[in-house]
Design a protein around this ligand. Sequence first.
Ligand code: GLN
Length: 446
Amino acid sequence: ETFRTISERDERIGAYLTLNEEGAKNTARRLDDKLASGEERGLLFGLPAGIKDNIVTEGIRTTCASQFLSNFNPVYDATVVRKLREADAVTIGKLNMDEFAMGGSNENSSFHPVRNPWDLERVPGGSSGGSAASVAAGEAYFALGSDTGGSIRQPASYCGVVGLKPTYGLVSRFGLVAFASSLDQIGPVTKNVEDAAYVLQAIAGYDNMDSTSANVDIPDYLSALTGDVKGLRIAVPKEYMGEGVDAGVKQQVQAALKLLEGMGAVVEEVSLPHTEYAVAAYYLLASSEASSNLARFDGVRYGVRAGQSGNLLDLYLESRSQGFGPEVKRRIMLGTYALSSGYYDAFYLKAQKARTLIKRDFDQVFEQYDVIIGPTAPTPAFKLGAQVDNPLTMYLNDILTIPVSLAGVPAISVPCGFSEGLPVGLQIIGKPFDESTVLRVAGAFE
Ligand code: GLN
């Protein structure tokens, strides 16, 4: 049925890059056998899942929406993909994204853009645009996305679905093609909060294949969904409700806060004073890490090879010039510059210091509050093409999601209403490894 919906709708939406029809049929057969034999069913039994195309899948093409990997067939599964299989989910296909997860509108895909199911003239957000659009359009029951600076939460907000970025280290990154390793996290994109809890339950947990995986006990996320927020202390940063945030967005967020107050929560204004440095620090750090991580794409080890007639250097240069799109090149250049000797102290080191200050802002607020709430993005989805010529405005859209990524804390985006007919997302930010409270507050809206 999911494949029928995809064939009806995806020509217009563009969420998928690769479909896994044969594989899905095989899984369905395996699940039928399981049912017949009366074996215990997995947590996500039979649910059709879309996987962002920067998460490797054995034998299913994995492109990162880059020409460089247009012919890349991984020989192993990412840990999250293995876990989904063990939970009896069905992999439907691989989802479109900004190339190597760099972008906020999905317009950096080197294949084709994704359109927002709510308004086909608008972007679905990015970089997990395919993940959010597929769930919103019913082309997947749930999806996995990755979030480095907002790439799960912002598209979820634009497409009116739920997107959860877990605490850094909660979900294994083994098999996630690295963009900025100190920030990247995989998380669920779902229709509702309960589904997010189910998917998180299935994918969270320690993995010795990921050296930054956290060895923590995994709670029962489903039992956190009590709907009870009485006495809960909610902080609203004034920096998240100030200038630059659309009036329509603010209005919906304020209405949501009123609702929580009505349910017995305490809502107070706080300050995260270093918010203004977050975007600059993030683009330096993420690009620096990207310049190092993407060095492995040399035309020899993975993907497409060019310049075979010349020497080895030509092979590298031509493969990289042809394989990477403009935004990826921009980041590699910025990152290489920020890391070069002579500039390291002025840029990379300073950005690291700013990151520490931003993290401390969160620590301080969490001494007195259970969650922090604000909008996920300053505006609803914008029109395709509206920001492609100006990377800086595009970068500034991330102002409300990036600080969370730099601090490594968990956050969810849940739909909280509409502004001018377009969905608005509410961002609920929690203490490290306190996904339970984040889900509980988010669930109170359902
Ligand atoms: N928009 C941000 C960027 O372009 C976030 C990307 C992400 O989270 N993968 O870097």
